[in-house]
Design a protein around this ligand. Sequence first.
Ligand code: 5MM
Length: 332
Amino acid sequence: MSTCAQTAQAMLASGKGILAADESIATMSARLEQAGVTATADSRRTYREILATTPGLADGVSGIIFCEETLGQVTSDGRPFPQAVRDLGMLPGIKVDTGAKPGPGLPGETVTEGLDGLAARLARYAEMGAAFAKWRAVFAIDAATPSRGAIVSNANALARYAAACQQAGLVPIVEPEVLMTGSHSIERCAEVTASVHAAVRQQLNLLRVDLSGIVLKPNMVIEGEEHPVQATPEQVAEATISVLRGWPAKLAGVAFLSGGQPPSRATANLAAMQAHRTPWPLTFSFGRALVSPALAAWGGVETRVAAAQHALSEHVAANSAAVQLQASLQSA
Ligand code: 5MM
């Protein structure tokens, strides 16, 4: 088994998910300010340290995704973040894309950038201790979008990134996100997600990416946030699994993003996936659905660190329980 396949299996260990704490400096700063915390390199560092050092986090979290700034920072006891995370029994990862930028020739749509100099950056991240990487492509649903041009451009970039990661010995998390913004139906989300996944599979195949050494991080198939009717967890699970059936059994596994769903809904949807037997593990790689309550509880106040860590623990435990239900069904 390749090193990437082994690492991917560790990332998808039974009952565990991946914590997405890789907000870019701009996003993290905005979220801190909104929570009443002055955004500085040190407050971003402190916040990530609070998350990573949550007691018992490794019971439900296999790995943490950071942004480049955090990967190069040290915890308050002087250890580089990658080392501290490994010491705590988890794997450190790094977001390597440089963001979704307006796509030339694609009015109103984006193509995720970051391929220039990527091989050299990946070698440096691996040297710093990273075990895996992440790249997110973003697709918004509208009457005429996503266009074929946006789908193919983003799928090709995801595949070039994934191939480069495997060459550097890092597991690529491949994240094609179809956004919840808009009033579209769950059926339209299913149709768009399926065509995005088909293009991503085709490009991964063209660049000989080993599917046993990647983690797919998709959106759940869900109605737009302005749609009048909210799908039940069973409907979301059914629609999501139908789309995922396009992936071969060789795929190491799936770790869903939460996409702006309220934490309880994301967990309920994840739990409903348990009713479906699949050839790959299905877990979580949530950002907001795990950390938003913790950030609100902390608010930059030293005496509230324990409350913040408790909030994170509770949400990790709930999602870990959902995934364990599924794991026990798979092995039954
Ligand atoms: C944590 O947010 C990640 C980075 O976002 P920006 O680069 O836009 O700041 C994001 O990619 C995240 O990892 C995924 O969207 C999953 O997070 P959610 O909150 O959707 O589960």
